[in-house]
Design a protein around this ligand. Structure first.
Ligand SMILES: Nc1ncnc2c1ncn2[C@@H]1O[C@H](COP(=O)(O)OP(=O)(O)O)[C@@H](O)[C@H]1O
Ligand SMILES: [Mg+2]
Length: 368
């Protein structure tokens, strides 16, 4: 029996809350409606500064931000429902990823902290809301990330075809879908758009490099690229995951970037994303012949060109080629993960996250 679910996520780029309403059947997924809900600039700035300087935040501020993000996610769901013309009563559940403030999957007491109070979403929409998807995997010894690979497996895996799904969000992550019985793997390869956004933001006060035009106008600084690719993260074997905590302007400033033409730095950062993704695929999925790209980076022509050049053994196309609009894959995954939770089915892939076993993800918040 097909059921309607909503998926909500705001990624590390904070460019908006991606919202989808989908009908999910046993073997089919249909996008019914989509919506992007922007954060108020004041909230986005507050979240960005909190992520950049976590120690500067008091508990009162944190608690209030959790509610405020929850209100925005609630409003995103309400706007989506209104646009769709579907009655809230017909929607089984909302899967809300929330906004990650801190992701520390290693260390003595690993955790991943998302805000966006799910009770506010459930009460405001009158729809059961599943949230806090990462906790159970982390408690089971996993990275709590990436969580989208089981959805990629369900939707995109095909016998005989060695595929990779590449999500170019703030961080880039791959899902390796072998065409044979080999286990699925998936991990964060490193920066996706985050350094590109941060650099053009710092130098030209722009949110992002439209179509990668600025990067395309520069030349790669080979010495800088060599230094950047030497970072330990790229060398570490999976399972692994990363975030803003590691790849940020401060990290970049450690490489003497100011010596270079800013436009050449942008080109070098674009090449860094491409080279780190390609190296990861070549090392951990050498049989790959089809790479399907989703996330905002798919719109960056310069980055896509660099990827095609580096991934010479694989076709590189958008996930549209396999049936799902690349802008909605992540939000769609959280609608699907909510379905798994509601049906008491496990949602993580231990071969991806490193967890000791499969677990049911998320906490269920009933509307009443
Ligand atoms: N037309 C475009 N040209 C270049 N980059 C783009 C374009 N559209 C989106 N992006 C990039 O995609 C990012 C958003 O990607 P997204 O998948 O939403 O990331 P996240 O999951 O981190 O929110 C933007 O910050 C920007 O860097
Ligand atoms: Mg986004």
């Amino acid at each position: 029996m097909p059921d309607d679910y909503i998926g909500l996520i705001s990624g590390t780029s904070m460019d908006g809350i991606d919202s989808v309403l989908a009908t999910i059947a046993d073997d089919a997924f249909e996008l019914r409606e989509t919506h992007v809900h922007a954060y108020p600039a004041e909230l986005r700035d507050a979240l960005r500064s909190l992520i950049a300087k976590p120690d500067a935040c008091g508990l009162d501020r944190l608690g209030a931000l959790d509610r405020w993000v929850g209100e925005c996610f609630r409003d995103a769901a309400l706007a989506l429902i209104e646009k769709s013309g579907i009655s809230a009563a017909d929607i089984v559940a909302i899967g809300s990823h929330g906004q990650t403030l801190r992701h520390q999957p290693d260390g003595l007491r690993p955790f991943s902290l998302q805000v966006g109070d799910p009770t506010t979403i459930a009460a405001g929409t009158a729809i059961t809301t599943v949230a806090d998807f990462r906790r159970a995997d982390i408690v089971a010894g996993g990275q709590g990330a990436p969580l989208v690979p089981p959805f990629h497996e369900w939707l995109f895996r095909a016998p005989g075809k060695h595929r990779v799904v590449l999500n170019l969000g703030g961080i880039a992550n791959v899902t390796v879908l072998p065409g044979d019985a080999a286990p699925i793997t998936g991990f964060d390869t490193g920066p996706g758009n985050t350094l590109l956004d941060a650099w053009i933001g710092a130098r030209r006060s722009l949110q992002y490099d439209e179509n990668g035009q600025w990067a395309a106008a520069g030349s790669v600084a080979d010495d800088l690229l060599d230094a950047l690719v030497n970072d330990e993260y790229f060398k570490a074997p999976p399972p692994k995951s990363t975030g803003f905590e590691h790849f940020n302007l401060e990290w970049l400033s450690g490489f003497g970037v100011d010596k270079h033409d800013p436009c050449d730095v942008q080109a070098t950062l674009s090449e860094l994303t491409a080279i780190s993704v390609a190296a990861a695929i070549e090392r951990y999925a050498p049989a790959t012949r089809e790479t399907y790209v989703c996330g905002g980076g798919v719109h960056n022509h310069d980055l896509m060109q660099r990827l095609r050049r580096r991934l010479s053994k694989s076709a590189v196309e958008s996930t549209q080629a396999v049936g799902l609009d690349p802008d909605w894959v992540e939000a769609a995954a959280f609608a699907w993960l909510a379905m798994r939770t509601i049906r008491k089915k496990t949602g993580n892939l231990p071969s991806v996250t490193g967890a000791s076993h499969k677990v049911i993800l998320g906490a269920i918040h009933y509307a009443s």
